[in-house]
Design a protein around this ligand. Sequence first.
Ligand code: FPP
Length: 246
Amino acid sequence: MDAPDQHNLVPRHVAIIMDGNGRWAEERHRPRLFGHKAGVESVREIVEVAREIGVAFLTLYAFSTENWNRPNLEVSGLMTLLKSYLQSELRTMLRNDIRLRCLGEQDRLPEDVRSVLRQAIADTNSCRGMTLNLALSYGGRSELVGAVREMARKCLEGSLDWNALSETDISDHLFTAGQPDPDLLIRTGGEHRLSNFLLWQASYAELYFTEIRWPDFRKQQFLDAIQTFNLRQRRFGRTGAQVTGE
Ligand code: FPP
């Protein structure tokens, strides 16, 4: 029997920057929203395969704080897609034991989206098969500001000791409180940047960039990313010899 090794691991937490919908549509001479619609199909497939192979946490960057600056038509189109996705996927989430969470400023979302989101989060609350985090109106810096503000308030009130503040305290005040940090962070669409995504949480994530536009990123492409992840040696600051024990 093969010795257990780190080369066939399923990352516990995978985070994805789903980029390239707009260009995918433009390349087909179609409106950008056409690309976002196709992107929803990728979302469905990736959620399904992630659950199937045993990913415990999947975080999808669906809408950033900066995305509010896009043309109104695109923003409202994305909100409509999001709402219909949540409505149509709720049964599948329950069937597949998927717990939904939202990372971001929920109060900035339109009321109808917020209410469907709230309901889906409540309905799936006891699901334990996988956690699906949708990052919506999410920005990593603003998340950190919120955490600092809340910790400062607790220090003043006396429930936190500023002198003893730790990394764990910061993690505990982020939207991802209680969840493990991402092991693998994928960005589709060919850009090589984090775009304000999980700035604190991704400090030791393996980064995987691909040219593939999000609507073309499906099961096989996801499995390829995981295979690449398994070829990496995660050293967390140690030497290679320390990690392999040689
Ligand atoms: C980035 O592509 C993508 C977005 C800003 C939105 C992502 C949204 C979806 C995949 C669909 C809705 C999500 C869910 C969870 C139902 P871009 O528009 O920046 O593409 P570009 O860089 O090619 O212009």
